[in-house]
Write a protein of this length. Structure first.
Length: 296
């Protein structure tokens, strides 16, 4: 079993869990867990709602959903400009002096529905205990009814309504205990292009340029989602890193046919020897076969 420490290790360990990429230097395995909330749901919601740029008009009514959002300085700055503020959360103290009206919220253990984690896995969420307040979806449905807006109080019905836009049309009943990763998008080859074969041993490494899970127009234009952008790093197998005397976190040069980029090495135990991974936006004009050397 790997030993895991939270924060900077005081002695050599097999793996660390940290929110600071600088602490990754020298560790053979690092699990990066950002302190910021998971913004994938926000990105998906924006993409589903519209492709236009957000307006610059100051809000007249601000609805804050969640205690974490209520403590965010940028949200509080918006609240100061709004004519009215409504908060939805579990703790009244989170909204004290901020909201004109606080409505009851529930935790993930108190409601049915789904969760999308940092990897993009869509997971079924089941109620474990009954909340001491009405379910959020239930009172939202009653509130909508007063304005002649039809909204189901049942999570399964609401999920079916949005599944076609956000989740590829999957039904709630199809979500099992083990959630798969989202399917990779198939990209058509340009006219006349041919698939490249894996590089032969000793003649360089085969480059796999991947598209990160978090991408799209919403991420590109929003500074708050920058933490989801891929690091400037190249992933190598332990075997290839050992042959080239490259340490985890060390600066390296990746080159092919006169083109080169400087990245930081990341040793990945699940990567097969002979292949390296680089985010597409950092791969630049590199070809399918590359050389990786420790930077001088």
């Amino acid at each position: 079993m790997n030993s895991i420490t939270y924060g900077p290790p005081s002695e050599p360990v097999d793996a660390i869990v940290t929110d600071d990429p600088a602490q990754a230097t020298g560790a053979p395995a690092v699990y990066f867990l950002p302190l910021t909330p998971n913004g994938r749901g926000i990105s998906d919601a924006w993409s589903a709602a519209a492709d236009g740029e957000p307006g610059d008009d100051e809000p007249r009514l601000l609805v804050i959903s969640g205690d974490e959002a209520a403590r965010d300085p940028s949200v509080r700055a918006l609240a100061e400009k709004a004519m009215a503020v409504i908060g939805i959360g579990m703790f009244e103290d989170s909204f004290r002096g901020l909201a004109d009206l606080v409505l009851p919220g529930t935790s993930y253990l108190e409601r049915d529905g789904t969760t999308v984690n940092l990897e993009g896995r869509l997971q079924r969420q089941r109620r474990a205990v009954l909340a001491p307040v009405p379910d959020v979806l239930a009172w939202l449905a009653k509130l909508a009814g007063r304005f002649d807006v039809e909204l189901s109080p049942h999570a399964s019905v609401v999920f079916d309504e949005i599944a076609g836009t956000c989740f590829g049309g999957i039904s709630l009943a199809e979500l099992g205990d083990r959630a798969p990763l989202p399917a990779a998008e198939a990209k058509a080859l340009p006219a006349g292009a041919k698939k490249t074969k894996p590089a032969a041993r000793g003649k360089g490494l085969r480059l796999v340029a991947y598209r990160p899970l978090f991408s799209g127009a919403a991420v590109e234009r929003t500074a708050e989602l920058d933490f989801q952008r891929p690091e400037r790093e190249v992933w190598l197998s332990p075997e290839d890193a050992g042959k080239r005397k490259i340490r985890n976190g060390a600066p390296v040069t990746v080159s092919s046919n006169g083109t080169s980029v400087e990245l930081r090495a990341r040793i990945a135990r699940d990567l097969a020897p002979g292949a390296v991974r680089i985010a597409a936006e950092h791969a630049g004009d590199l070809h399918a076969t590359v050389e990786v050397k420790a930077a001088l």
